[in-house]
Design a protein around this ligand. Structure first.
Ligand code: TA6
Length: 292
């Protein structure tokens, strides 16, 4: 199917009404809807769907570098390359549990090798479960003759009713780096994380489960992750929002990035080795959640 500006996209849909959309540009998930067709991800109304600008919102893939933690362009180049549908993708056997998924593949071009001289195969599977869970599994394989090292994040933008009413559980008491304050290490004090201003933190060695509680919408996002020890939490707030050309001035109120990542300890792969990193998202009505 064609998306904005004629860019190719794949739509995943289940009988229950849940759906997801993935652009081949960036292997970028731009939509994830529940059975009531409510959008669960934030995409800016100012998002530019035009290479080389990455899409503002959804789930950008940060690879082979998170942010400015290295010499490459911010967040690496995977998010602004056109991926292919993986020709080796196995169609699901007829008797397997009904799941819709798409397998995408990125290999470096000649030009990519000039900026990052490592040969790799990056396979991303995006799976939509029948109940609406969204799973992203990344497999990076070193197909080169020398080792390489990378950092990584699923830069997931969640849609929230009002950032001031949102809490994040699972990161309390953890150590973090604060992107707004250099490379010093801090420790989070006390309770669940709430928001009253700009936040740009990398929480270190986080648990495999993190929850975003949106009281107003009576919705809880549950993030489960594997192979991704860190978790970035980002909201630009008003001042930084104004500085972003592809982001509405007031949109910060309605988004929160919580990003499963491997940053503090970058991943090193020897020739032939493969790394896997997975995030699984579910959105559940809060009344079903314990503790409320
Ligand atoms: O993940 C947080 C972050 O690295 C912030 O520092 C921030 O600027 C954001 O990502 C967005 O980056 P981008 O390059 O997409 O504008």
């Amino acid at each position: 199917t064609k998306g904005v500006n004629g860019l190719d996209k794949v739509i995943l849909r289940e009988a229950s009404g849940v759906s997801a959309e993935v652009y081949l540009y960036g292997a970028h998930v731009t939509s994830w809807k529940n059975e009531n067709r409510e959008e669960l991800l934030f995409v800016s109304s100012k998002a530019i769907f035009k290479p080389p600008k990455p899409i503002r919102g959804g789930i950008p893939i940060c690879f082979p570098q998170f942010s400015n933690h290295g010499i490459l362009e911010a967040h690496g180049f995977a998010r602004n390359r056109v991926w292919k549908v993986d020709p080796e993708s196995q169609p699901s056997p007829a008797n397997s549990v009904n799941k819709s998924y798409v397998d995408l593949l990125l290999k470096p071009s000649e030009d990519d090798l000039k900026i990052w001289s490592h040969i790799f195969e990056f396979r991303l599977r995006v799976t939509l479960g029948p109940g609406g869970d969204l799973m992203l599994t990344s497999r990076v394989r070193n197909t080169d003759t020398k080792p390489f090292t990378f950092s990584f994040a699923y830069h997931t933008y969640f849609s929230v009713s009002d950032i001031s009413e949102v809490r994040v559980e699972g990161l309390e008491t953890l150590d973090y780096l604060d992107n707004t304050k250099g490379r010093e290490r801090f420790t989070e004090q006390g309770d669940a994380i709430t928001f009253e201003g700009e936040i740009d933190k990398i929480y270190l060695s986080t648990p495999t489960k993190i929850a975003i509680l949106d009281h107003e919408r009576k919705r809880t996002f549950v993030i489960r992750k594997d192979g991704l020890p860190d978790a970035v939490v980002w909201n630009p707030w008003d001042k930084k929002a104004k500085a972003l050309a592809d982001f509405g001035d007031d949109e910060y109120k309605h988004m929160l990035c919580v990003e499963p990542a491997a940053i503090e300890k970058p991943i090193t792969l020897k020739p032939g080795e493969e790394w896997r990193g997975r995030q699984e998202l579910s959105a559940v009505p809060s009344s079903y959640c314990s503790g409320q």
